[in-house]
Design a protein around this ligand. Structure first.
Ligand SMILES: [Zn+2]
Length: 782
């Protein structure tokens, strides 16, 4: 807490350095216009004072070491703003309010930076005089003096920092396309201006400039993103008899402070604290060979955070770090991979980390244990796409040497061999609960400009969910690509493909009473099918993120080899299954159709195949009329088509029962390589084309059950491909729940799941019949 005498003392100090500012401030102080608020004690950790009735916060500082410099600094800044405001008010028509506010804000910062630079220069001159005849020291000090004087002469127009001129020590992509750089604090007017603006705890200007004057600035580091400082760190060597540690003396990030309107455009990047710790660890291993560990003061707070990333609390020393964990480990490996070369000692230390992770993979830790997930991420970060080729080679060697004892070795080796830096960075950044998603405005172009039930509002509804929290950071985008004619011919007849291609450029073509095309429809339909291929690639190759969702249109499950039907042109899901067969030589593929309508097109494409099991539960009777219980496949494919025709009005629990009592045992016996879900939102109770009674809770449950099933039978590989669903509200509400389940943000309690799953199949007569009929092919059915 600040007391009135602290303010008086601060003003007195300012007067000694700048009589003009000091005089103005002492007048304001005497008039009570600068004062301590009555409720000062109850305002949390940051002390504050009132300046013309505005609260001015002085961030947590060590008052003992640096006097009341932070109070002085805030006073000078306020003075600068007030003086500019006064000048503007003198002008008859001051003009644009926002421009004026910006000018006032900048004037405060310039005033403060200039004030502290002048101060620093006079302290430095004193030092030079004291150095006397020692010319070496004098030269060094004079060089520093010159730097400061130059800064004063060239104040910048804005405080952004072009980073290209500053070599980052380390960097990493922290969010999609946002690089974060770990740099030596760049001593420049712009950087000082940013610090003045940010008012970070510990890092006030006088402290920072003192480090420069005394030659300690090589231990001051910053996290910089998009030209802006997002965090600061000051390291010292902590020395005792027979002991040296590298102490993180001060650390602060932009995330920890509240920003005012003028600083709102500062990037706030989650994980900046961990990023700075990773930088400290890399420095420790490369530049501070004597230090036996990293030390943090015990009073620093945020114990839990330090605990999760690998710090041990050991009184009286405080927090000690030797072996990084979790995100810290991933950042370290990622930053090391982004360097061409590392000093030998550091490279050896990173390799040691990788070895420890591989040791974890050799143990029989379950697949969903966080420790195992982190180990997979850490190792897969070392792929050939990174700059540090020798580290990548070491990781490859270590995994292949132990490949018999690591279940994920095949996947890992595939990822490690990839020369695609982007992918590895994504894997690194995203953590465990990410999904691959296709969502692209290009799908708007089908049926553009005409009224149709199957409208772009459907995919847009999903896109708007994906753009917001908590999905924005949990989605790894997959780009659409056009399926080739050869690929389309896996399912469709060449004459049919030609027919659809022929609609290109035509304003409106009617293919069947429900199914129309517009000029771009053929191109968009090829992109929809190709998107499923790309999504399969992503999910198939990724050792960790094995869920995907394709928010595409036109839909596909009614499209037959030679015929467009029910809003569908090309059969996206059937083509996806064919892609798995051709590209990955998949032997068994399970397709689950949860649209209210029977997917006649998918059924037809694989009716005689025992490699693709088509499972559909749908309203019956209903469009398109197929999907009777007795349709079970033909020839070798007998038993590999399973239809559960359900009466209208079926509910959440009926679907749960179908999955639990029929799909699950069949899938366990079938052991597919991957599950493809044809996902319609038209089971939703208020869908204009359907008459089922499924709720958003029901969609969450279906998703949850399918995902669990995928984990049991095919290492979690599952993709959801959008089919029908014509209530936009239904897509929005049910889509949200599906996506939440997919990114592991469960929305149903275990209790609720139990309540929603019937104990006996008997409540659904059609299910009983289907079970009895298919038990001949699938003895696993109870
Ligand atoms: Zn449908």
């Amino acid at each position: 807490m600040i007391r009135t005498q602290d303010l008086a003392y601060a003003v007195e100090n300012i007067s000694r350095r700048d009589p003009e500012i000091g005089y103005a401030l002492s007048e304001l102080l005497a008039a009570g216009r600068i004062r301590i608020p009555v409720d000062a004690g109850s305002l949390g950790k940051d002390p504050c004072f009132l300046f013309e009735d505005n609260r001015v916060f002085v961030r947590k500082v060590s008052f003992f070491n640096h006097g009341i410099a932070p109070v002085e600094e805030r006073l000078v800044l306020q003075y600068g703003e007030a003086a500019e405001k006064h000048r503007i008010e003198e002008i008859p028509s001051p003009g644009d309010f926002f421009a004026a506010a910006t000018r006032i804000h900048l004037a405060g910062i310039f005033c403060l930076v200039n004030f502290e630079l002048f101060n620093a220069i006079s302290r430095l001159k004193k030092k030079i005089r004291a150095a006397g005849s020692s010319t070496d020291l004098e030269n060094i000090l004079n060089a520093r003096l010159k730097t400061l004087q130059q800064m004063l002469q060239e104040p910048p127009a804005s405080f952004g920092m072009p980073l290209s001129s500053k070599e980052p020590l380390y960097f990493i992509e922290m969010q999609r396309s946002v690089d974060c750089h770990f740099v030596l604090f760049p001593f420049s007017y712009a950087a000082l201006g940013q610090l003045a603006q940010l008012n970070l705890e510990f890092f006030h200007l006088r402290f920072v400039l003192d480090l420069f004057i005394t030659g300690a600035s090589h231990r001051l580091f910053a996290a910089v993103s998009q030209g802006k400082i997002t965090g600061m760190m000051y390291l010292v060597e902590k020395k005792r008899l027979f002991y040296t540690g590298l102490e993180i003396h001060y650390v602060a990030t932009v995330n920890g402070i509240s920003l005012d309107e003028q600083t709102l455009d500062y990037p706030r990047i989650r994980g900046t604290g961990t990023f700075l710790m990773a930088g400290a660890w890399l420095l420790w291993k490369s530049r501070f060979p004597r230090a036996s560990e990293i030390v943090l003061d015990a009073e620093i707070g945020a114990e839990q955070f330090y605990d999760t990333i690998g710090f041990d609390f050991r009184p009286p020393y405080g927090y000690l770090l030797k072996h990084p964990k979790e995100k810290l480990l991933l950042y370290i490996v990622g930053m090391a991979m982004n360097c061409d070369t590392l000093p030998d000692r550091l490279q050896a230390a990173v390799i040691q980390c990788i070895k420890q992770q591989i040791a974890i993979l050799r143990k029989s830790i379950p697949a969903d244990d966080p420790k195992r997930k982190i180990a997979i991420l850490a190792v897969s970060t070392c792929n050939q796409g990174g700059k540090n080729k020798s580290l990548a080679a070491v990781a490859q060697h270590l995994v292949s040497r132990d490949h018999r004892r690591i279940p994920e070795a095949g996947m890992l080796l595939q990822v490690l061999a990839q020369d695609d830096a982007d992918r590895s960075r994504h894997i690194l950044v995203k953590g465990a609960s990410m999904i691959w998603v296709v969502s692209d405005p290009v799908f708007d172009q089908h049926l553009e400009g005409i009224f149709h039930m199957e409208s772009r509002k459907r995919t847009r509804a999903l896109a708007s969910i994906l753009a917001k929290d908590p999905f924005a950071d949990r989605v790894i985008p997959v780009q659409p690509r056009a399926a080739t004619e050869d690929e389309l011919a896996w399912v469709h007849l060449p004459e049919y493909i030609e027919k659809i291609a022929g609609t290109t450029g035509k304003k409106l073509t009617t293919l069947d009473p429900d199914t129309q095309t517009t000029p771009q429809s053929y191109a968009v339909a090829r992109l929809a099918a190709g998107s499923v291929f790309n999504l399969i690639d992503a999910v198939y190759k990724d050792p960790l993120h094995r869920c995907g969702m394709a928010c595409i249109r036109p839909p596909g499950h009614h499209a037959e080899p030679d015929r467009a039907m029910g809003f569908c042109l090309f059969n996206n899901v059937a083509l996806g299954a064919a892609y798995l067969q051709h590209r990955y030589k998949a032997k068994r593929i399970l397709i689950v159709d949860v649209d209210i309508h029977h997917g006649n097109g998918i059924q037809k494409a694989f009716y005689d195949s025992r490699q693709v099991l088509y499972f559909s539960a749908h309203q019956f009777p209903c469009y398109p009329g197929t999907g009777k219980l007795s349709e079970i496949g033909t020839g070798a494919g007998k038993g590999f088509t399973i239809n559960v025709p359900l009466p209208k009005g079926s509910e959440d629990k009926d679907y749960a029962a179908v999955i639990h009592f029929l799909l699950q045992p069949v899938a366990l016996q079938f052991q597919p390589d991957m599950i493809l879900v044809a996902l319609g939102f038209d089971l939703y109770a208020q869908d204009p084309l359907g008459q089922m009674n499924v709720t958003p809770d029901g969609y969450a449950l279906i998703t949850y059950m399918l995902k669990q099933l995928a984990k049991k039978v095919c290492s979690g590989r599952i993709i959801f491909v959008l089919e029908g669903g014509y209530s936009i509200r239904g897509i929005r509400e049910c889509g949200l729940r599906v996506l939440q389940e997919l990114v592991d943000l469960p929305t149903l309690s275990p209790e609720k799941i139990r309540r929603m799953t019937p104990e006996k199949p008997g409540s659904v007569p059609e299910l009983k019949k289907a079970m009895d009929l298919h038990r001949t092919f699938w003895p696993s059915i109870p």
